[in-house]
Design a protein around this ligand. Structure first.
Ligand code: AMP
Length: 250
């Protein structure tokens, strides 16, 4: 089984990202970048499938600037076999990214596309669903367990009310939720080995993808500053403040 796994370059989740002073977007100058955490989980799942003899080849795919090679390289160090970088300096919308994946699916004919459930920068939660729509393949989002049985795959999905189990036919698009697995760290020998693995470069234009935007970002603003707390002397004062200042009880 051949697996395409998506790796997006995003600001490291430990970084507190600020908005640009003119509110036109996040200020990413000199910010530490990393693989989107949900993509790390997708890579880990693909690598476990290879270790269990289910997957034969894992291709890590990123759509982004030349520097996104770093994240593809990290996926190679974690166990992917080769990489594809769809190079663009434009911050593409999920539809354009999904079209790039669709074109790669046409070329590579994978049995499964594994993605994160969302990218922690745009919080769109759209790309996997759009790839499924464009390819016509089955989809399971928010996966917390994946079991392969021949050309069928059973996925346990995390939904608001609990867990939902679905059975899909391959090829399928699956997006990883937080509890699917705990990703490993890349070992030094594997980081060295990854340097020899191939990363093919292409562009949305070469893939025949129309990247024209459909959405205009009007404003990016930081959340409101949290006000300092106050200490109360006793329960009576607390109740008084909840009633008369916060007005959350009557
Ligand atoms: P989103 O729909 O933007 O929340 O992203 C959902 C998932 O799609 C992410 O967790 C990634 O696995 C994948 N994805 C989104 N954008 C990219 C990108 N530029 N390159 C590679 N994978 C991406």
């Amino acid at each position: 089984m051949k697996i395409l796994v998506a790796v997006k370059r995003v600001a490291d989740y430990n970084v507190k990202v600020r908005a640009k002073s003119d509110n036109t977007g996040p200020d990413l100058a000199n910010v530490k970048m990393a693989i989107n955490p949900f993509c790390e989980i997708a890579v880990e799942e693909a690598v476990r499938m290879k270790e269990n003899g289910i997957a034969s080849e894992i291709i890590a795919v990123s759509v982004g600037p030349q520097s996104a090679q770093e994240q593809v390289r990290t996926a190679l160090a974690l166990g992917a076999d080769r990489g594809i970088l769809v190079q663009t300096d434009t911050d593409l919308e999920p539809l354009a990214i999904a079209k790039c994946f669709k074109a790669i699916c046409d070329n590579e004919k994978p049995d499964m596309v594994l993605l994160g459930k969302q990218a922690i920068d745009g919080d769109n939660n759209q790309t996997g669903q759009m790839i499924a729509a464009l390819t016509g393949w089955s989809q399971a989002t928010f996966a917390s367990e994946i079991t392969i049985d021949g050309d069928a795959v059973t996925v346990i999905r995390e939904v608001d009310a609990g867990l939902q189990t679905v059975k899909l036919k391959l090829p399928a698009v699956i997006t990883a939720d937080l509890r699917l697995n705990e990703p490993r760290y890349a070992s030094l020998p594997n980081i060295m080995k990854a340097k020899k693995k191939t990363i093919d470069n292409t562009t949305p234009e070469e893939l025949g993808v129309d990247t024209s935007p459909r959405v205009t970002l009007l404003k990016a603003a930081p959340p409101a500053e949290r006000q300092a707390g106050v200490k109360v002397e006793d329960v009576a004062e607390l109740i008084d403040k909840l009633k008369n200042e916060a007005k959350v009880i009557s």
